[in-house]
Design a protein around this ligand. Structure first.
Ligand code: FO1
Length: 323
């Protein structure tokens, strides 16, 4: 049960009273789930720990795609594809392209504004978490967004042809070359950003968002101390399946489950996450997997997990946070 810790709540909020919740999230799926949770939780009850393994330097700028997707989504600014800025223009991209510069990774003009501010502040010695905190406050996102680490951590994809940086594989090569392994550059030196372990330790409930467990959750969990702090709270940890009826809701997870030797199903993900979570949320389409999930030592919740609008996002958040 979620224990009350205060009074304020949103009108359509989670029953009971104030709760503190931590969500571990990647990009689009994690951000959409976080939006639903933010909307049903009391003010300032939510902390989102975001993946920085997808970060890159592009056009000389520091870009943090998953963190930015969470910022834009919670600020009501996200573009129709689930990333970037709504109604953004691409003038800079047009010039870069015409001059023979790198145009494989799309940065819209308004998006560039965020990268300029971040890059300048990082070069002046600020931490990524302080930049994200400031932007989130100015844009009134209504939640605390913490990068998993302020240190440099990059996901490297290992394919049969060698290694490639995450965005070069995901965007540049359309996630086509099968992933045979993943490597996290910088993980040995990466320490949790200020507040991450404290938030996990204090949370009434911890949610592993419906994000890719290999590309989004593992780079968060691999930061020193984070996996152990989550495992220590296993009874309060809920994972939401990013697979429905054997298909990834978004992205290359289905192919990755195959190529990394896991079953391509919600059960395959449940097996992978079982050491960390006491509850696993399955879509109604996977109702028949509930018994197998429970046999792994997890409680199974069966509900509608596809988030297509505010109503479905909030309903999923309520089911996960109250269930
Ligand atoms: N995704 C694409 O498929 N193509 C792009 O050119 C692209 C650019 C981009 C720029 C900024 C940003 O914040 C996200 C961007 N994304 C793009 C999405 C991003 O590659 C992925 O969604 C995540 O890294 C995976 O979670």
């Amino acid at each position: 049960m979620l224990r009350p810790v205060g009074k304020r709540r949103r009108p359509d909020g989670v029953r009971g009273a104030r709760v503190t919740v931590v969500i571990l999230a990647g990009g689009i799926g994690g951000a959409r789930f976080a939006l639903g949770a933010r909307d049903v939780l009391p003010t300032n009850a939510l902390t989102i720990v975001g993946n920085v393994g997808d970060d890159l330097e592009h056009w000389g700028l520091a870009v943090s795609p998953d963190i930015d997707t969470i910022l834009y989504t919670l600020a009501g600014r996200v573009g129709p594809l689930g990333w970037g800025v709504v109604e953004d223009s691409r003038s800079a991209l047009g010039v870069v392209s015409a001059l023979g510069g790198p145009d494989w990774f799309i940065l819209g003009d308004a998006d560039v504004g965020l990268h300029l501010v971040r890059t300048e502040r990082l070069r002046a010695g600020a931490t990524l978490s302080s930049v994200v905190e400031d932007v989130g406050r100015r844009w009134r996102v209504g939640a605390t967004i913490l990068p998993a680490t302020d240190d440099r951590l990059r996901t490297v994809i290992v394919t049969a042809d060698g290694e490639v940086g995450f965005q070069e594989w995901f965007v540049g090569r359309r996630a086509a070359p099968p992933v045979v392994a993943l490597r996290l550059d910088g993980v040995a030196e990466a320490r949790p950003a200020p507040g991450v372990l404290e938030a996990i330790g204090a949370a009434r409930r911890i949610v592993l968002a419906p994000s890719n467990p290999f590309l989004s959750l593992d780079p968060i969990l691999a930061v020193e101390g984070i996996r152990a702090s989550i495992a220590a709270r296993r009874d309060d940890v809920v994972a939401v399946s990013p697979i429905i009826a054997g298909r990834a809701v978004k992205g290359p997870l289905g192919e990755m489950l195959d190529s990394l030797g896991h079953e391509r199903s919600a059960l395959g993900v449940a097996r992978y996450l079982a050491p960390l979570c006491g509850t696993f949320v399955l879509d109604e389409a996977d109702r028949d997997l509930a018994g197998a999930v429970e046999a792994l030592g997890m409680r199974a919740i069966v509900t509608a997990t596809l988030m297509v609008d505010d109503a479905t996002r909030r309903a999923l958040a309520r089911a996960v946070l109250e269930g």
